[in-house]
Design a protein around this ligand. Structure first.
Ligand code: NAD
Ligand code: DAU
Length: 365
């Protein structure tokens, strides 16, 4: 048996592939375009593993998709591939429409054609699992109830709008064609192999290098953090027992402000990696806020807990300790990723042309 994973060289996709093959011998065909966010180094442990077939290609390439599906006949598609960074979507939305909307449409069409050729019982058991985000629900006021699956879809950034569009396509392919789809809406992930332009790895690595720790605006925006391995477990569970046509929220019950996250990481680093930059919190620097910055996300994960029996294993305290330890123990991976496009992006976002945009560069004691 085989599953097809898209975006399996990215942060969550690669964690998923590694986790999958650590507990199953079912083959993974991994289709990834290797954008700036794709990193084969994460998968180097699978280099000679016959259970892992890596294919360098775009989900927008219908011909390739058709060939892959005909050749490998997967029993399921787990769709992670996306442009995923909100800030990048603000600078350049088109790539997000191309991959997240057009790419998902092409993948759905290829999946539908493949699914229609399957004999029973494979046709009934086939699944298309679409990995979406809590950001499609928009922003929450302080004290408002957490997002349920019934919450209105109110995306506020080009990224979340493109993900919401892809969610609608997935829903429509089920409703119109009967394709057995599953959609998951997960909160912010963190953990090993996280690309260091997202908040948590950026803070860990900047602190270790003695660089400013950039906090957008007042830093009181709230996110609901989930350790990436818990997300992988949830996806496996939804794939196994989720009901076609249904959406499942996945969250870690860890609502925290960005400032609290950064202070927590700094305190951990003070203990685990003391240096001349200790206390690391002295590097905290408030910079210009993200345009249209959503104030609060919070996930009500009651449905997946009740119906599928999934619960996260890690608290924020245990997950972030493992994550910081991982970055300290894996300098070679970090070194490899901190090159090329990543460096250019950092310059554009935080210095050079953007320097004039940095507001009141204020350091916290
Ligand atoms: P990521 O940016 O780290 O990885 C995305 C991967 O997709 C990369 O390997 C990239 O090369 C690949 N890719 C991009 N465009 C492609 C294309 N056209 N064809 C094939 N491959 C392509 O993203 P991530 O953080 O691992 O997120 C994975 C999925 O989970 C995304 O769909 C994202 O929306 C969703 N999600 C992420 C989070 C989070 O906190 N990171 C939370 C909830 C949901
Ligand atoms: O909620 C799920 C989403 O989480 C996923 O759908 C996205 O793919 C993923 O990138 C993530 O989006 P965020 O925008 O929440 O993640 P990011 O790490 O970019 O930012 C987390 C918070 O930290 C957010 O409120 C912005 C803030 N931030 C981020 C950066 C990079 C800062 O204050 N400073 C920074 O330098």
């Amino acid at each position: 048996m085989t599953i097809l994973v898209t975006g399996g060289a990215g942060f969550i996709g690669a964690n998923f592939v590694l986790d999958w093959l650590a507990q199953s011998d079912e083959r993974v065909v991994n289709l990834d375009a290797l954008t700036y966010a794709g990193n084969l180094r994460t998968l180097q442990g699978l280099k000679d593993d016959p259970r892992h077939v890596f294919v360098h290609g775009d989900i927008g390439n219908s011909e390739l998709l058709q060939r892959l599906l005909a050749e490998h006949r997967p029993r399921a598609i787990i769709h992670f591939a996306a442009e995923s960074h909100v800030d990048r979507s603000i600078h350049g939305p088109e790539a997000f429409i191309q991959t997240n909307v057009v790419g998902t449409c092409r993948l759905l069409e290829a999946a539908r054609a493949h699914w229609q050729t399957l004999p029973e019982p494979e046709k009934t058991t086939f699944r298309f699992l679409h990995v979406s985000t809590d950001e499609v629900y928009g922003t929450l006021a302080l004290g408002a109830p957490a997002f349920t699956e019934a919450h209105a879809i109110e995306p506020n950034s080009p990224y979340s709008a493109s993900k919401a569009a892809s969610d609608h396509l997935v829903r429509a392919w089920h409703h119109t064609y009967g394709l057995p789809v599953l959609t998951t809406h997960c909160s912010n992930n963190y953990g090993p192999y996280h690309f260091p332009e997202k908040l948590i790895p950026l803070i860990i690595l900047n602190a270790l290098a003695g660089k400013p720790l950039p906090i957008y605006g007042d830093g009181l925006q709230i996110r609901d953090w989930l350790y990436v391995k818990d997300h992988c477990t949830a996806i496996r569970r939804v794939l196994e027992a989720g009901k076609p046509g249904q959406a499942y929220n996945i969250g870690g019950h860890n609502e925290m402000t960005n400032l609290a996250i950064v202070h927590h990481i700094c305190a951990l680093l003070d203990k685990l990696a003391p240096s001349r930059f200790t206390p690391y919190a002295s590097l905290i620097t408030h910079v210009k806020d993200r345009p249209g910055h959503d104030r609060r996300y919070a996930i009500d994960a009651g449905k997946i807990e009740r119906e599928l029996g999934w619960k996260p294993a890690e608290t924020f305290a245990t997950g972030i300790r493992k994550t910081v330890r991982w970055y300290l123990d894996n300098p070679a991976w970090v070194e490899n990723v901190q090159s090329g496009a990543y460096r250019e992006w950092m310059q554009q976002q935080y210095s050079g042309a953007a320097a004039g945009e940095v507001q009141g560069v204020k350091r916290e004691a």
